[in-house]
Design a protein around this ligand. Structure first.
Ligand code: TYD
Length: 212
């Protein structure tokens, strides 16, 4: 595991439609107000492998499960080398929308072993905190189709999301915490802040020294 970091690495996890990206933006704004240097990023990335992954959204059967797994891992290696590690070394707060627990849950639901997936991420720095936003799969599907007006892609079908959700629920790791994402956006944000205040209290002292 890479331990060469002095920044703070927080990742958001959960099934599709849980509101991760909204919560990341709110948290990033709060940190920026305190004077922190914040990097917001996400997986799959916009890199070569991320683009290949996006091409699979409407037809996952174009590749085998192990090829799909391989693409997510290659995308992550590139993400870590080009953005995550350099930002952490520079002392920044890195907020990522998805990281390797998504691979354990989604490719786990597709038939790989979640434990083996986590084990093969020894190359990846552990996050300081991983927050799973929990929302019942039925509600997520409703949010995706009604609010976003989107069609469900191959990763988002109800039965698959239920499987992914149950793998996320079974995870137990020292840096892993959960919040209830079925409540109002503002209340989810409050839960996230409380969690960070409790576990990473130093981040709530503004860079100028003021307590938030
Ligand atoms: P998503 O967060 O929806 O990205 P975007 O909004 O940019 O399209 O992720 C896309 C899909 O990829 C989502 O259904 C989860 C899936 N996924 C995996 O199956 N494995 C992984 O390792 C990651 C990072 C995502």
């Amino acid at each position: 595991m890479t331990k060469t970091k002095k920044g703070t690495f927080i990742v958001f996890e959960g099934i599709d439609g849980t509101g991760k990206s909204t919560q990341i933006i709110r948290l990033a704004n709060a940190f920026k107000k305190m004077g922190h240097d914040v990097v917001v990023t996400s997986e799959p990335t916009e890199g070569v492998f991320g683009k290949k992954i996006r091409a699979l959204y409407q037809n996952r059967s174009m590749v085998s499960t192990s090829e799909e797994l391989d693409l997510f891992i290659k995308d992550r290696r590139e993400h870590i080398d080009t953005l995550i590690n350099p930002s952490l070394r520079a002392g920044k707060i890195v907020l990522s929308d998805r990281y390797f627990l998504s691979t354990a849950a989604y490719q786990g639901a597709a038939g790989c072993s979640p434990e083996a997936i986590i084990a093969c991420h020894r190359f990846a720095p552990d996050p300081d905190l991983a927050i799973i936003i929990e929302v019942p799969p039925q509600l997520c599907i409703r949010r995706i189709t009604e609010k976003r007006g989107d069609q469900l892609n191959d990763f988002e079908q109800l039965e698959s999301l239920k499987k992914v959700d149950s793998i996320f629920k079974q995870m137990d790791l020292p840096y892993l915490e959960r919040v209830d994402g079925s409540v109002a956006e503002e209340d989810v944000h409050r839960q996230v802040r409380e969690l960070i205040k409790r576990l990473l209290p130093h981040l709530f002292h503004s860079v100028s020294g003021e307590h938030q």
